[in-house]
Write a protein that binds this ligand. Structure first.
Ligand SMILES: C[S@@+](CC[C@H](N)C(=O)[O-])C[C@H]1O[C@@H](n2cnc3c(N)ncnc32)[C@H](O)[C@@H]1O
Length: 223
């Protein structure tokens, strides 16, 4: 039985899904994308910036391994713990008090130096949907190095970005909709200890009906 998300407050539908119905459709599409890109049912999985469980909720139907989600939004984590962990003990959620100009203005920790609360080589698969689009470059660099620390050699990470060649789209003061060039990201992945398996173009900069695959995604593998 899928998790019932009816009790999700409207204030937690902040992920580009203005209605619960849309959040559910997108969540299922993202789980499909993870499965198409190497996620195995018995994996140990990390969801960075898990929000209000858009992906975790439908993932409960597939994952027999274990799931860890973390986010800086306290209410979102409280909802996930009380609604998802309550029914699926292999799904756990952690709140981290990291500062973000949009999501956690009172946060005390810096994303550029934050150490993920997980052990080295713990995960088979990591993913981050619509997280790096809200982080500054130094935060992104640190998070990629941290993912590399907690993922096993050969493990996969699927992460979404806005990949743009228009440098003027960069806004250094805006922790929302942050864009990077393709070459910048390839270099960053290499420096963090990954190689690129696949680039999946999203539809954010093209007219498209298929808004479920909005952002661009990279599938990267730990060296
Ligand atoms: C657009 S939402 C995406 C949520 C979720 N990944 C999804 O696809 O439904 C962005 C999320 O990133 C979280 N976030 C922002 N900065 C973060 C950070 N430094 N560490 C972890 N999560 C962060 C926000 O709290 C928010 O839940």
């Amino acid at each position: 039985m899928p998790i019932n998300q009816d009790s999700l407050p409207k204030s937690l539908l902040y992920v580009g899904s203005s209605t619960l119905e849309h959040q559910i459709i997108c969540g299922k599409a993202l789980v499909k994308k993870l499965k198409e890109n190497g996620l195995m049912a018995n994996d140990r999985v990390l969801d960075l910036g898990c929000g209000s469980g858009r992906v975790a909720a439908p993932l409960t139907d597939y994952l027999t391994g274990s799931y860890e989600g973390f986010d800086i939004h306290k209410e979102a984590i409280e909802w996930c713990s009380s609604s998802i962990t309550k029914e699926y003990k292999n799904f756990k959620f952690i709140h981290s008090d990291v500062y973000n100009a949009v999501y956690n203005k009172k946060g005390v920790l810096s994303a550029s130096t934050y150490v993920l609360p997980y052990k080295d080589n713990e995960f088979d698969y990591c993913f981050a949907f619509s997280l790096f689009t809200h982080l500054l470059p130094e935060d992104t660099r640190n998070y990629l190095c941290e993912i590399r620390r907690v993922i096993k050699v050969g493990g996969l990470c699927l992460a979404s970005f806005f990949v743009s060649c228009k440098n003027e789209d960069f806004d250094k003061n805006c922790e929302s909709k942050y864009h990077y060039s393709y070459d910048y990201l390839i270099n960053l992945f290499t420096l963090s200890g990954f190689f690129v398996e696949k680039f999946i173009k999203g539809c954010w900069d093209q007219p498209s009906e298929n808004k479920e695959y909005y952002q661009d995604c990279f599938v990267i593998r730990a060296r």
